[in-house]
Design a protein around this ligand. Structure first.
Ligand code: FMN
Length: 217
């Protein structure tokens, strides 16, 4: 599979088969992650692949109430999202079957190695994640190339203390995401829905048209 096809079809997979993912395939996807760039090549990221059924159930039990609260706020309109009822149904199904996804990959990061050089700009801090999420994307793209589905989740950040206890994660390590991974129960999309390039890339000045962008819708 060529790289662009993997990128264009790597959806958030919310329906999984219960089939096991072989050790070799899992290791191959995780191997792709370690080639990602990190600031000063500090390589602060590591992964815990959770296969143990009781631990996956524990992660599910932590995820479910967080999702239920979010779902309630989306449904009541308190969270303005524009999500359709159908879409929320898919996300809700995913939450309710989380423990059945064969591999939960907890993304760990040595948080003291992460620089927040934009911490004093009076807005949401963006830069610490820049040494973490390229590795996560590598993992997910490599999984896609193997025919595996993945979903990146961050809701479990709210349960970091409990996850650290569950998985014996030391003090100096934070959790950055949990990637669900398994064989998809539905076909991959032909192409993801994304805004056109004219709205995502500019030339020389914010908002100024990039020549050739109109080709990519
Ligand atoms: C930072 C981040 C956090 C996400 N958290 C969740 C999550 O907690 N639960 C979930 O079902 N999907 C989660 N997603 C998946 C997004 O909802 C999904 O990528 C987005 O809707 C686009 O879907 P598509 O790639 O299938 O088009 C997350 C994605 C990202 C990038």
């Amino acid at each position: 599979m060529d790289l662009l096809t993997a990128m264009q079809t790597m959806n958030a997979c919310r329906y999984y088969k219960s089939d096991t993912v072989d050790d070799a395939v899992l290791a191959k996807a995780l191997n792709a992650a370690r080639w990602a760039a990190t600031g000063s090549n500090k390589q602060p990221v590591s992964f815990i692949a959770v296969r143990d059924a009781a631990k996956r159930q524990a992660l599910h039990d932590l995820y479910q109430p967080i999702w239920d609260m979010a779902m309630q706020k989306y449904s009541s309109g308190e969270f303005k999202s524009g999500f359709s009822t159908k879409f929320l149904g898919h996300v809700d199904h995913f939450a309710r079957h989380l423990s059945e996804v064969p591999v939960h990959i907890v993304v760990c990061a040595e948080w003291q190695s992460l620089s927040a050089i934009d911490a004093n700009l009076g807005r949401t801090v963006l830069t610490p994640g820049s040494s973490i999420y390229p590795a996560v994307q590598n993992l997910m793209l490599a999984a896609r190339a193997e025919g595996l589905g993945t979903t990146l989740t961050t809701l479990l950040a709210l349960a970091e203390p409990q996850i650290k206890t569950l998985l014996n994660i030391p003090e100096h390590i934070a959790t950055a995401a949990v990637v669900m991974l398994g064989w998809p129960a539905k076909p991959f999309p032909k192409s993801l829905k994304r805004k056109p390039l004219t709205e995502a890339a500019y030339l020389d000045s914010y908002g100024a048209p990039l020549p050739g962008a109109e080709m990519y819708v």
